[in-house]
Design a protein around this ligand. Sequence first.
Ligand code: SF4
Length: 507
Amino acid sequence: MTVILRGHNFKYEIEAVCKLFFPVRSFSFLCLEGSEQYSDPGGDIIVLTREITGESTRLSVFSRLGESSDSLSESISSEAPDFEKACEFILCRLLFMLLRKATGASPEWGMLTGVRPVKLISGLKASGMSDEEICSQLEKNCFVSREKTLLALKTAENQSALISATPKNSVSLYVSIPFCPSRCAYCSFVSQTVAGFYRLMPEYVRRLCEEISLVGEIVRSEGLVLDAVYFGGGTPTSLSAEDLETVMRAVSKSFDLSRLREYTVEAGRPDTVTPEKLRAILDNGGDRISVNPQTLTQSVLDAIGRRHTVEEFFSAYEAAERAGFKRINVDLIAGLPTDSFSGFEKSLRGVLELSPANITVHALSIKRSADLMQGGSETLSAAETSKMIALSNALLSERGYSPYYLYRQKNQLGNQENVGWEIGGTAGVYNVNIMEEIQTVLAVGAGASTKVVSGGKIARFYNPKYPLEYLKKFDETVAARKREAAKKISEALLNDDLNGRAENEEK
Ligand code: SF4
């Protein structure tokens, strides 16, 4: 589809709105000066024009999709406050209305395209708006359904106690283990298979421990409090029990864990869970684990290349319970290829029978780099996925679970969301901190990004993406980035503004 931008270059947001309606199509953008002409490329086309004529500015959108064409326009004063933002917003809004009419689709999050709608809504609440005002403003201006706004409001409410209990000058530690036993068909992550990296694993573990110790020194010398630890990936339990123990010991040696509110180790792939690894996690301070079936239908697991069985999930879950874990998270995905509404319902009810403390329900996100896309996406249905998400929101609430964190990804089927649910006050501290961007996260390992929150802004320090690059550039890049992060933290402490809520960049 060709998208022509005349008299402006609001490509990023315009593309995000186009993708709400056409998640797997590609767009070719053409930017023209206001008066510049173009020759019709044929096929589907959208033209978004800004014409500034003295005091008045006309914003218009034309679409030709298949056989039908349509247009909408609006004028504003050229002196309007925050003129560029106002023009961008109006063009996105007109485009949204045109595409909604042309496709018949009505995305429930309306034209909100940001990752963190809860952060946006918390900002509106903090400005003094009532829940009712927030619902009606988002519905009127951005076409967000009442159900979604209420879900975000409930999530914001459930987070608030946890956020206000965040210790002053605290940080979280993220440990990246970017390895998995095999690649899932929907994965777009840089994770490598353990077998493929086997030879270099001892070196990775050694460097990772070195980086952990570096970060420990920063935390000690700046007098920071370690609030949460999160081992993610990839699949951290892809490591052998010995390697996992080595890395976790490096954490307990380098940090004071006495004020930790949470220590999570993801054990996403049930086929990587062993009694020895569970013991290693518990013995080294871990108190929360994630064991993820994604679905309880074997044929769907086979279709997505998970290479484990439904029975293996149940055995891993029971082993974690037997070992003594009180907080277990279970992930499910709505919209998996070959799944069905009834299959998803069976998975959800099956997981509920286990009564886990946390259940996270994701809507499948379609990424171009995923193996899934190579075979096309015709088996996936946005409407079915939306029904699955509606069911999970209703059923989990009915069973006493509360939403405690929520985020959206690009190209999610049905433009839905991912929601973490908890029961009995077991909300995941790290998940809330990272999603609401209220706390500095010191991240170690390949692909990890350290985020220093200060003065309403976030400074990011990236580690090399791939494990091999991480090992090769350890001294020149990884250690150097940590020194830069430490400097930023020192400055923030001097100004007494480490953490707090970073400015809202969300739409
Ligand atoms: S477990 Fe997660 S990171 Fe690993 S291959 Fe599957 S989707 Fe990717």
